[in-house]
Design a protein around this ligand. Sequence first.
Ligand SMILES: [Zn+2]
Length: 102
Amino acid sequence: MNTFCHACGMPLEKKEDFAGGNEQSDFCLHCADESGSVHSCEEIFEGGVQFFMSATGADRSLAERVTRKNMKGLPHWQGKECSVLEGVVATDEEFVEAFAKL
Ligand SMILES: [Zn+2]
């Protein structure tokens, strides 16, 4: 299986990674609850920012830009109105650098 969460990009490698342990789900356990309903854009954005800050040592501003760029490229957010995704995004270099640290 080679898939990823449509809301945050996390790799979905084993059953426990999926929302509700359901391998048919397009979302990870962090982005959706047991019933498969996906958390708000704001919640997932904040989770991503915290993740990048702790995983890569980025400051808040960089973590926000990287999270924004990441989420804007994912299927779940296409065509959705989401104010936290409006704003400055990371450059390609910043983005590659952040992911290289994971
Ligand atoms: Zn997710």
